[in-house]
Design a protein around this ligand. Sequence first.
Ligand code: F0G
Length: 482
Amino acid sequence: MSEIKFYKHEQIPMEMHKVKIVQQLTLLPAHERLAKMRDAYFNTFQLHNGDIFLDMLTDSGVNAMSDKMQAAMLEADDAYAGSETFYRMRDKLEEIFGIKYLLPAHQGRACENILATRFVKEDNCVIMNYHFTTAKAHITRLGGRVEELVKDEGLVSKSDLPFKGDMDLDKLKKCIKEEGKDNIPFIRIESGTNLIGGQPVSYENMKEVCKIAKKNNILTVLDASLLQDNLYFIKTREEKMKDKSIREITRMIADLFDIIYFSARKFGFARGGGILVRDEELFHSMEDLVPMFEGFLTYGGMSVKEMEAMRVGFDESMDMNVISQGPQFIKYCVDELDKYGVPVITPGGGLGAHLDASVICSHIPQEEYPAGALVCALYLCGGIRGMERGTLSEERNADGSERFASMELVRLAFPRRVFTLSQTEYVIDRVKWLYDHRDMIGGLKFVHEPKTLRFFTGRLEPTSNWPEKLVEAYEKEFGKDQ
Ligand code: F0G
């Protein structure tokens, strides 16, 4: 079953779990949030979690665990080498993906480090449907380049296209021809394409991309970090796949790729990562990098407790009642905002709801980070923490000029099984208020700008006293205790 149907009530998403353990939340008053925002130098990554009401920064490592996942943690087998927990995890992944060789790593970017270190050389070109920040940083660190070949429609914010993460096959053929296949170490498909709004890739597209890659003898890599959402969308949006089970779809996808890696902070609802390698020789060629960067080959920097939990989490990711939750709550949020006229990425994808800051804050020039400003404004006006996914998350060009992002988004992530519908309604309500007061939002500028991944630790300040004025208006509307 993919959705509970209602009789008289309008159709709403339904939690398919019940609450067993809770964490109390506090909502600081707006003027205190302003002080916290200043302390955090207008960078939401620098806020303390206790000062946040609803943390929608990410789903990474903050999805709720099930009782069964927690129970499995008690069975963890502690050993530096040869932990039984590792073999149980490896067997579960083999059962699901049909791939025998597993390199464990402490999280997704560690897998990306290993893959880039093993395959990328100076001036190489890695082809992707779209980049992810850390995946790209590891490639460029080694002197490589990234070509993003997502279809043009994937970057159009308002759309009803079901698979906006699909790669453009003509662009792919052209790129291989121009680059030469020997200069392309691998083609990376990111399921549930993160930076363009959690948009899925169709099975059909993955199949065609892999066919072209195989013909040219180029390795194929699937980033399965957001696979659970992508599986839901393939089952519900791809006509030819609707009668297949989630397990069948997963196996059909896996069969296409040479290498599959994942962040288990997302896929598996725990904290860790891993690289599945089909070919034994290829697997051995990467093996030495695990003890060098991560830890011994049977834990790879992960806690064995987390490994047991994710083993159960992998099974739960094959359950439609589990994986439908994210997309259904996101759809509800996106549709309600869309109805009100708030520019959002449509159709709703996985991972989170995405506000289009380039339209909402069209009065803020791109070099003053409209998405960065909007995400700060939302914390001030509601205690909601989102994530900037725009120019601030890019790195500057070699000549020091800004590389303007093709999309300026604010992501409101929906960690799985964490927030209820009333919390979702609160988010919708506060975004509507902010949208109606959008002209009050101003720009940001750097006061300290790190060279790499500047969005994590960069310090910014507002270009005027707009945050004070915005908080004043907010308090006038809701009172001083909100
Ligand atoms: N690939 C994708 C598609 C991701 O979304 C992430 C992380 C990674 C790789 C890296 O994995 O964090 O375990 O090192 N995304 C997080 C996010 C950080 O908030 O979207 P990691």
